[in-house]
Write a new protein. Structure first.
Length: 269
C-alpha cells in the first residue's frame, strides 16, 4: 500500500487520474439510463412548477423586484445552478462513504500505483462529467420551454458545473471521514435545502433582512446563481463575473486541498 509522504503532489498525475476516472465511468455504464431519465425529467418538473406555475402569479406584479423580467427567465438560470449543487450533494455523500467503507473501492485504489491526489482528482472528474450532462440537459429543455433565449447560455453551463464542483470538493472531504450515513440526512435537510431555497434561486436575496442577505452572499451557490442569471439575461459585467468565478474557484480548490488531507488520513493511516 502507498504510504503518505511529504512529496505527494498538489494535483493528481493526469494519466493516473484518468485511470481512476475510468473506473467510475465503467461503473456508470450500469446506471446511466436511470440517471439520464432523471436529468431530463427534473428540469420539466422544476420549470413547470416554479417557472410556469408560480411564474404566472409573479408576472402579474410588474411593480415587483423583478421589474420587466419574466419569472421563468429569472428562475431558470437559478435552477440551473442549484440543480448542479443538488447533484453534487448526491454524488459526494453516500457514494464516497460506500467506496471507503462498504465496497472498499477506495482502499483498492490506494493499494495500486495511484496516489491520493490521483484518487481525489479522478473522482472529481467523474462528478464534473455528471454535472455537465445534467447542466446540458437542463439547458436544452429550458431552451425548448422558452426559459432561455440568449446564446450566452453556453457560458452559463460551465458556470453551473463549476458551482457544483465548488460544493463537491468540500463535500468529499467531509464524506470520506464519516462512519455511517446518518450525518448525510442532516446535511441534506439543514444545508442543501436552505441553500436551494434561500441563495437567490427563486427570488432576489435583496428581499431578506440585511444580515441574512450577507449570509447568502457568502454561499458559493449565490455566486453561481447570480453569474448564471446574469449570463442568461445578458447582464454580465466583466469585473463582477471574474469576482463570482474567483469565489467559486476558491471554494473548489480549498475543498480539494481538504479532500486530499482527509483521504490521506482515512485511507493511508
Amino acid at each position: 500500500m502507498t504510504t503518505p509522504t511529504l512529496g505527494v503532489p498538489a494535483l493528481g498525475d493526469p494519466h493516473r487520474s484518468l485511470a481512476a476516472l475510468e473506473y467510475w465511468l465503467r461503473a456508470y455504464r450500469r446506471t446511466w439510463r436511470a440517471s439520464a431519465a432523471t436529468a431530463f425529467v427534473m428540469p420539466l418538473v422544476f420549470l413547470g412548477a416554479f417557472g410556469l406555475g408560480l411564474g404566472s402569479l409573479v408576472d402579474g406584479n410588474t411593480a415587483g423586484p423583478l421589474g420587466e423580467v419574466e419569472y421563468l427567465a429569472f428562475v431558470a438560470p437559478g435552477i440551473l445552478a442549484a440543480s448542479a449543487m443538488q447533484s453534487a450533494f448526491g454524488e459526494c455523500t453516500w457514494p464516497i462513504l460506500s467506496s471507503r467503507k462498504w465496497t472498499g473501492h477506495y482502499h483498492a485504489q490506494a493499494g495500486s500505483p495511484l496516489t491520493i491526489p490521483d484518487i481525489v482528482t479522478g473522482h472529481l472528474l467523474f462528478v464534473a462529467i455528471r454535472l455537465l450532462l445534467g447542466a446540458v440537459a437542463f439547458a436544452v429543455i429550458g431552451t425548448l420551454a422558452g426559459a432561455f433565449s440568449s446564446a450566452w447560455l453556453i457560458l452559463a453551463v460551465p458556470v453551473a458545473v463549476l458551482t457544483g464542483l465548488a460544493h463537491a470538493a468540500p463535500l468529499i472531504a467531509f464524506s470520506i471521514t464519516r462512519e455511517n450515513d446518518s450525518d448525510f440526512s442532516v446535511l441534506m435537510r439543514f444545508v442543501m435545502t436552505p441553500l436551494f431555497l434561500f441563495a437567490g434561486t427563486f427570488f432576489p436575496v435583496s428581499q431578506f433582512p440585511q444580515g441574512v442577505e450577507i449570509l447568502a452572499w457568502l454561499t458559493p451557490l449565490w455566486h453561481g446563481t447570480q453569474l448564471c442569471r446574469e449570463l442568461a439575461l445578458q447582464e454580465a459585467g466583466l469585473i463582477a463575473s471574474l469576482g463570482h468565478l474567483a469565489y467559486l474557484v476558491l471554494w473548489g480548490t480549498g475543498g480539494y486541498a481538504l479532500a486530499v488531507c482527509s483521504y490521506q488520513k482515512m485511507l493511508l493511516s
